[in-house]
Design a protein around this ligand. Sequence first.
Ligand SMILES: Cc1cc2nc3c(=O)[nH]c(=O)nc-3n(C[C@H](O)[C@H](O)[C@H](O)COP(=O)(O)OP(=O)(O)OC[C@H]3O[C@@H](n4cnc5c(N)ncnc54)[C@H](O)[C@@H]3O)c2cc1C
Ligand code: SF4
Length: 503
Amino acid sequence: MRNSQPTVLVLGDQLSTEVGPLARFGPDECRVLMIESTQLLGRHRWHRQRAHLLLSAMRHFAEQLRAAGYKVDMRQASSIPAGVADHADALDVERVLAMAPSSHQGVTALRRAGVELSADERFLTPLDDFEGWNSGRKNLRMEDFYRWQRRRLNVLMDGDEPVSGRWNHDADNREPPPKDGRSWPELPTFELDDIDAAVMADLEANDDIDLFGAAPTGLWPVTRAQALGRLDDFIRLALPVFGAHEDAMLRDDWRLAHSTLSTSLNLGLLHPREVVTAATDAFDNDLAPINSVEGFVRQIIGWREYVWCLYWNWGPAYGSSNALGANEPLPPAFTGDATTEMACLSHTITGIEQRGYAHHIERLMVLGNLALTAGVNPQAMNDWMRSNFVDGAPWVMTPNVIGMALFADGGRMASKPYASGGAYISRMSDHCRSCRFDPKKRVGPDACPFTSLYWDFLERNRETLQGNHRMARQLAAARRLTDLDEVQARAADVRVRLGEGTL
Ligand SMILES: Cc1cc2nc3c(=O)[nH]c(=O)nc-3n(C[C@H](O)[C@H](O)[C@H](O)COP(=O)(O)OP(=O)(O)OC[C@H]3O[C@@H](n4cnc5c(N)ncnc54)[C@H](O)[C@@H]3O)c2cc1C
Ligand code: SF4
């Protein structure tokens, strides 16, 4: 007789008993299936800490489920659908249920494999509600979405008005790095255990997996208990100072007051609801100021939910967009195949090698800005970032890379390209002081590559950008440059050298 108990398939980024079918079936009412896909791991070059995090968090979750009385079939298979088929054959299973995967490709593959999918409950915005908000709108701008979210979720609201009378505290949150030599909040790490050691041994022994980057140090939470500890530390120590210097970059401090919660949120170890509640409770109890709390809430119910909804709304073809026809290869300085004298880039790449992490402004205004202005191919950039960052996933990376950073969607997401010269990095960081280039110069051998590329980018893409009224001032300024030919020659040289890895 066929096994009538359903199997709940738990994917590697669904590590919670509070959502999906696992929230509805107790340990005696279902069996749990978890699959380590060799195809997935073998497909890319992986940062050690990323590969370790994925496997370790899964294996720890399986242990936690077993301790709670669940029967867990944890198996390796060439792919998730192959694992489902093996499981169904071995245990004569009738029904396999799962929460929908977080990628277009995953949904198609599991539907084909006959898995019954239910809505993804790891987010705060039901996709049907988003459809309702979006219908009839010409532009899907984040600020409008965010205000809708604040009202809909009743977060930091005073009746129908925002608490403090302002929706947006960005103006208070774009301060350059402080010059008072202050120390930034500590970031405690977690002890690695036997499961972590076994994961690393398996990964290092597997010739099919191409690993790079530093070994894990216990920086990234692999269990819910660790993730809750990280959240608590962030709220107590870092949230109070999160806001003002949110966009700053410092040579001697990679984290400043960022939460480092993206991996825990993306793996399902934390739910955005509890993260937002922790932040607003801190505000209600006078433990953190409004600019910090609003700035953080904006990231969670605003940006994070927005990119999630856009990913589903714009469909699989969005990932192939290349509106600016950018086709330069990825610079070897990104991949570690060359070093660079650009201090800001070198710092960011070293941080990625050590931790698989860079904070938002390093991703957007160093890596993204350089790739955008140098004309790097958006799909190459997306693939590279996915395997380098500990928190990478298609739903979050695709809109952030294709739309936000590289403007490859022609402005569907961002109202104008995030392109800037060295002046922005000079204002928001202390990197330029130790750099051999000069952010103010656009021509000559010590001209900052960002500055030369920025003007060249405007000129090269003039035709595409000139219909955008937000770019009018910058395009007019580029036209007025008396040394434009020289700038373009310098930019061409920069692009060649970036490609060769000699910059
Ligand atoms: C080019 C580019 C690539 C990115 N790739 C990723 C990625 O692969 N995975 C990822 O989780 N985030 C990505 N982001 C968004 C953001 O940079 C990271 O979420 C953030 O830097 C993670 O560090 P943190 O947890 O310390 O964040 P904090 O600065 O403390 O922010 C709090 C949280 O807000 C959320 N958040 C903030 N901005 C965004 C955003 N634009 N999109 C989605 N979530 C956001 C994250 O969950 C983050 O943990 C990318 C941004 C850019 C510009
Ligand atoms: S001068 Fe240019 S390359 Fe050097 S750190 Fe500043 S912005 Fe970066």
